[in-house]
Design a protein around this ligand. Structure first.
Ligand code: BMP
Length: 217
């Protein structure tokens, strides 16, 4: 099950601690906070020092293709990128998808964010973009399992990554039970007194919840 948990590493963790955490969490999500803290070389080295199932660069790309292509070229050490879907296709997500396909990289598009200020009125419009681009997957907040279930119904093949477990109120396993593939946890783990024990606890809670919903209880 560890491949169904992602660590949002928004602050650096001690290397030995991170190694232990990776026994319980398979996917690593890195983004601006870590890159600005460690620099690109530091992040590259950290990413390469361990064997992750997938490393996702969460820069929430939202620009014209030409600019986004310059950014993704600098991050060849990751497996996938997250971009905003509202930027549209022509000269933006269309060529970005082709570029990433050629590079053997995945693209995830933001479909429904986890925070209270996000307005799901835009969902149908974003879904239309997602369907046309056909990315590897989408981001749908774990704080709204009903939106996860809706996205799963609307997109049978896309991977669904769900951030918001822990600090934002989502409970481990709820998003997966609603149809997500991966749950993303940040602060609950990296601010814990013992991030290794916390990772283990989150994985255990996720496994218990998922086996519960598989049994239909
Ligand atoms: P935390 O568990 O500490 O709340 O971290 C969640 C992570 O997921 C952060 O890196 C955040 O930027 C990201 N995220 C989110 O919280 N909500 C979204 O809708 C999309 C995200 O990428």
């Amino acid at each position: 099950m560890k491949e169904r948990l992602a660590l949002a590493l928004d602050v650096p963790l001690d290397r030995a601690v991170l190694r232990e955490v990776s026994h319980y969490i398979g996917v690593l999500k890195i983004g601006w906070p870590l890159i600005l803290e460690l620099g690109l070389d530091g992040v590259r080295e950290l990413v390469r020092s361990l064997n992750w199932v997938e490393v996702i660069a969460d820069l929430k790309l939202a620009d014209i293709y030409d600019t986004m292509s310059k950014v993704v070229t600098k991050l060849s050490f990751v497996d996938s990128f997250i971009a905003h879907s509202f930027i549209g296709i022509e000269e933006a997500l269309g060529p970005l998808k082709i570029d990433l396909d050629q590079k053997g990289k995945g693209l995830y598009l933001v479909l429904s964010m986890s925070h209270p200020g996000w307005d799901d009125e835009v969902y149908p419009k974003l879904l239309e973009v997602v369907r046309k681009v056909s990315p590897k997957g989408v981001i749908v907040g774990a704080t709204k399992p009903t939106m996860v279930a809706k996205a799963r119904k609307d997109l049978s093949k896309a991977r669904i990554l769900s951030p918001g477990v822990g600090a934002q109120g989502g409970s481990p396993g709820d998003a997966i039970c609603a149809g997500a593939d991966v749950e993303i946890v940040g602060r609950r783990i990296y601010t814990a007194k013992d991030p290794v024990m916390e990772s283990r606890a989150v994985l255990k809670a996720l496994e218990e919840r998922v086996s519960q919903c598989l049994r239909g209880t």
